[in-house]
Design a protein around this ligand. Sequence first.
Ligand code: ADP
Ligand code: MG
Length: 253
Amino acid sequence: MTPMVKADQVVKNFGSLEVLKGIDLEVGAGEVLCLVGPSGSGKSTFLRCINHLEKVDAGRLYVDGALVGYRQKGDKLYEISPKEAARQRREIGMVFQHFNLFPHRTALENIIEAPMLVKGESRATATERARRLLETVGLAAKADAYPAQLSGGQQQRVAIARALAMEPKLMLFDEPTSALDPELVGEVLAVMRDLAEAGMTMVVVTHEMGFAREVADTVAFMDNGVVVESGKPADVLGAPTQQRTKDFLSKIL
Ligand code: ADP
Ligand code: MG
């Protein structure tokens, strides 16, 4: 089966700074990959490459079998048009640390915006799905609330519903609970766990080791632009073989 994400020696530089130094990773359809590692190791950059926010400098990055941002002819790569890139990107949902909801739109309006604007859906169709999604994330009663009237955890759950409204085949999460008060973390992780159980393919950057241990199919530990080790959560988190992984885990656990 074609993996949903495949990174083959992915390299990304910012000027002379090598941020990704040859990343090899694979995420099967329906699987959850948790990326862990110290700040500055390249986790966000890797997600941003998957989501067309950064261009890969070398190597190959595929989503669902298609090269991200390029088309290959023989040995040569050609950049795809912005329109084609937008089409690829539409199939990927991303949730950031900061929720970035439109402050002057209600929860429901935030969720229907992209399907109407990007997919040309009718308001009725988009609204019907949005209400279903609000129910999924436990916020059916908050459809008409403005972001400022919601807690951080609720806002993040709206942001997840908003990403899901585009019916993505892949969801990327970049430290979705890092900006939340500790008592609000659990409700967001619970929504993510439900999503994983429903079969969504997910790449999750997180420091929540409990979540990684219970929900991830694979945990990859990144440090300094490389994947130091990856495997089953029980192995990588419970019995790491690399000193760098041990050092990181001893600090975080
Ligand atoms: P992580 O998410 O693991 O904390 P990042 O992917 O955000 O790491 O960053 C990896 C490295 O790349 C850091 O040294 C960071 O300063 C650098 N970096 C990230 N984005 C840029 C950018 N747009 N320009 C220059 N350097 C960047
Ligand atoms: Mg980051």
